[in-house]
Design a protein around this ligand. Structure first.
Ligand SMILES: [Zn+2]
Length: 247
């Protein structure tokens, strides 16, 4: 099949030459698709607006061997407000980088698609973007099969008043089972409860969460280690940019 019509999100968009743009689309039909939008940088281009970062659109693609060509496109949602708010743009870019790095070509995943789309929608509303990001990370880990076990000790299922978090084991251990991983560290019940809310609650329910700055930092570090341990993610360029922006 040389031609493909698919809904997709623009997760990377950069000028390639004076006239063309190189894109990465995350599509419903084919997962990640590298594509070129010829002439998209020209003022009169019909493609121009639809190949901006975060755009949700219907894309008509000619599938080349290594690169697709966007022949036509229709915008479904441009997430316009994200283009003009540098901090929100940076968060959006971070979500895109995670998906771009963790998903493969020809590997469609509707759950990841819907998660990313929902993240764009909520990011463009009044929401604590930090909380949204932590929830996005945990939900993405769950979809990719690396959900941290947070309900009772993962070894003995025991409910306890004190737990240790183990990246190696992928969740929490009670005191007696924590000998399984000497690297496991104590996690407060408050942080544990917050992690669970971020993992399970819909984005709509995040609004009511009141989170201290210290707890935000703690959860950010925890999530980062889960990504590094399970997926070898390393540093995200967009996260570094975001941190510089906020300092
Ligand atoms: Zn146990």
């Amino acid at each position: 099949m040389k031609y493909l019509k698919t809904e997709g999100l623009v997760i990377r968009s950069r000028s390639y030459s004076e006239a063309d743009k190189l894109l990465t689309l995350f599509t419903l039909e084919r997962g990640k698709v590298p594509a070129i939008a010829k002439g998209a940088c020209k003022a009169k281009s019909k493609l121009g607006a639809s190949v901006q970062m975060f755009t949700r659109g219907e894309f008509f693609l000619y599938m080349g061997r290594t690169l697709a060509t966007v022949t036509q496109s229709e915008i479904k949602n441009s997430f316009h407000s994200l283009q003009y708010d540098l901090v929100k743009y940076a968060y959006g870019q971070y979500f895109c980088e995670l998906v771009g790095r963790l998903m493969e070509e020809n590997e469609p995943n509707r759950e990841v698609y819907e998660l990313l789309l929902a993240a764009f929608e909520f990011l463009s509303k009044e929401i604590d973007a930090d909380i949204l990001a932590r929830s996005f990370e945990l939900k993405l880990l769950r979809i990719l099969g690396y959900m941290p076990h947070l309900d009772g000790c993962l070894a003995c299922s025991g409910l306890n008043s004190s737990y240790r978090l183990s990246y190696k084991e992928g969740g929490i251990l009670c005191q007696s089972c924590s000998i399984r991983d000497p690297g496991a560290f104590k996690i407060s019940l408050g942080t544990l409860s917050l992690l669970k809310k971020l993992l399970y609650a819909d984005f709509t329910r995040l609004k009511v969460l009141k989170v201290e700055l210290s707890q935000k930092r703690e959860i950010k570090a925890i999530n980062k280690k889960f990504f590094n341990h399970n997926l070898g993610l390393g540093t995200c360029k967009s996260m570094t940019f975001l941190e510089e922006l906020k300092n």
